[in-house]
Design a binder for this molecule. Sequence first.
Ligand code: OFO
Length: 168
Amino acid sequence: MLKERIENILNEQVEKEAYSSALYLAMASWCEKNGYAGIAEWMYAQSEEERMHMLKFIKYINERGGHAIVPALKQPPVNQQTVKAMFEDVLKHEQYISDSINQIVGLAIEERDFTTNSWIQWFVNEQIEEEASVSLILDKLNMLGANNMYLFDRDIMGLRANENSEGA
Ligand code: OFO
């Protein structure tokens, strides 16, 4: 049985994962509208991955005797300034998510919930991969400059780091 503080923080994470999924879906739509079909595909895949993350939290909370709550979400941004600025926002968002996963680890240890601590380690590792994958994309964008967006758009799917990992 989950302690209340653990159930609450896990439900907050359900909301964050659901928002991540909506955020990347909105980015996918903007990319598609603006002719970046390859980047849109990357964002759609990322959005789907975040939905899988959300489902993992929902199922874990219910499995441990809690009640997973499906949240209302705030509206993600509709428009982006540039592709590079968009990926900078993705990196910031993933760093924020890593921080919140670390807070769950901290609370699980504080509450001596070693089952949750063990379970959440998958996300600790996932966040390392996600931050690395977005940093790689930003490195490529910085090398290319604005002129070669066509090639970047064509090749971005080859930069997906964790396409084959579980739940990803
Ligand atoms: Fe981007 O890893 Fe979940 O949120």
